[in-house]
Design a protein around this ligand. Structure first.
Ligand SMILES: *Cc1c(COP(=O)(O)O)cnc(C)c1O
Length: 410
């Protein structure tokens, strides 16, 4: 993008699954002058944003906002509720689930991860039965937290969180439930309170349509109680200090002022469209993308039809074609960025993001770029994915209700 010797005309297509494109309205909001983060104007904004953001998490409980990336919010979730050396249970659905447990180990936690054997691990959603079995074996209740990723961005897999909640309850196990919805929030249905999640981890740069830089922890009463006894050293991440300041509309440290202007704008946009309409839009775009993949004769990384992601689709490159070579070719030729294959699927998988500020024609542009890229790299698609996606989008109609769910008064 920052090619100083040339100006690429037209639109840059940012089709990675986060950071996602930031709508002009939000960019303008962010560009307002910085204000005093201890002054009355900021206070009014903060009180409003801290309240309104709860709607996106579907919670009535506190949401902590950090100046941090998603990884920071992983760390904050763990250090606020656990003791040094505590045992926790993760579930591998892809690179992010894996990295979260790597981070936990660096914090000195005893992280165990459930993985299906071989390639299956990265191709299926969370099997809640395996969690239930493991928790039932843990008769001494040594496992203090179960950590699952809602939308696994590396593999395009969305797991069933209520099923995980049920597994913990069936095992009559007191472990806290921690859920990463860094890429799911604001694009895929998510319900912190109803699903009984204790800590929800999120970030700004994916479904919320903001640049990177805000991290979130939505928390439960049970998590707050655990945090009062937790002894892992923590300072910047400490919920207690932040919650105390937040009551008055402030933070202990300097908050990310301009991204909070952006969050205010994003929440307004989302409430005007309505969360259910947003989720339906993403489901449609995901289905259209999968129709294109099937028409091309390519394979979806996710083999679990009940776990197809509405946020992004991970696709296996044609046999013998390096997926990063394809991505590089498409970037140079068509000015479109696609997501790389992460970890063990590096060079095999590329990913199309269809999240956040995305509609039928932005998806069609992406699919068109991929189809031309595949062809100019020498692959002969079985059929046109572009036409398959168009046929689906035409038949699915454009009947998304434009009814505000709960209008935000600006
Ligand atoms: C992007 C992402 C993260 C990491 O967030 P950063 O902002 O890059 O630190 C964690 N989990 C998931 C599922 C993600 O998609």
């Amino acid at each position: 993008m920052l090619k100083l010797d040339t100006h690429p005309s037209g639109h840059h297509f940012l089709n990675i699954p986060g950071p996602s494109p930031v709508p002009p309205r939000i960019l303008r909001a962010i560009s307002f002058q910085v204000i005093d983060h201890r002054g009355p104007e900021f206070q009014a904004l903060a009180l409003k944003v801290l309240e309104d953001v709860k709607k996106v998490f579907k919670t009535k409980q506190p949401v902590i906002i950090y100046a941090a990336s998603g990884t920071g919010s992983w760390e904050s979730a763990l250090v606020n509720i656990l003791n040094p050396g505590d045992k926790i249970l993760g579930y591998e659905t892809g690179q992010f689930a894996h990295l979260w447990m790597v981070l936990a180990k660096k914090l000195g936690l005893n992280a165990e991860i459930i993985s299906k054997p071989g390639d299956a691990a990265w191709r299926w959603g969370v099997d809640a039965n395996l969690i239930e079995e493991r928790l039932k074996q843990d008769t001494k209740h040594e496992i203090k937290a179960v950590c699952v990723v809602h939308n696994e961005t590396a593999t395009g897999i969305t797991s069933n969180i209520p099923a995980v909640r049920k597994a913990i309850d069936n095992a009559k196990h007191p472990a806290l439930l921690l859920v990463d919805t860094v890429s799911g929030l604001g694009s895929a249905d998510y319900r912190h309170d109803e699903w009984g999640v204790d800590v929800t981890i999120a970030g700004s740069q994916k479904g919320l349509m903001l640049p990177p830089g805000l991290g979130f922890n939505a928390i439960s009463q049970k998590a707050i109680e655990a945090s009062k006894k937790a002894t892992i050293p923590r300072a910047y991440w400490d919920w207690a200090d932040i919650m105390e300041f937040n009551k008055q509309g402030f933070w202990p440290t300097t908050p990310n002022t301009n991204l909070l202007y952006g969050l205010h704008e994003a929440l307004d946009m989302m409430m005007t469209e309505g969360l259910d309409n947003i989720f339906a839009r993403h489901q449609r775009l995901g289905e259209a993308c999968r129709r294109a993949v099937a028409a091309w004769g390519l394979e979806n990384q996710c083999l679990d039809a009940s776990a197809y992601s509405p946020v992004n689709t991970a696709i296996l490159a044609p046999e013998g074609m390096d997926s990063d070579a394809l991505r590089k070719h498409i970037l140079e030729r068509f000015n479109m960025a696609l997501g790389t294959g992460l970890g063990r699927v590096k060079g095999r998988v590329f990913r199309i993001g269809h999240l956040g500020d995305c509609n039928d024609l932005t998806l069609m542009a992406a699919l068109s770029g991929v189809e031309m890229g595949l062809q100019t790299m020498g692959y002969k698609p079985k059929a046109s994915g572009v036409v398959a996606a168009q046929d689906f989008l035409k038949s699915a109609g454009n009947k998304i209700e434009r009814e505000a769910e709960s209008p935000v008064v600006v």
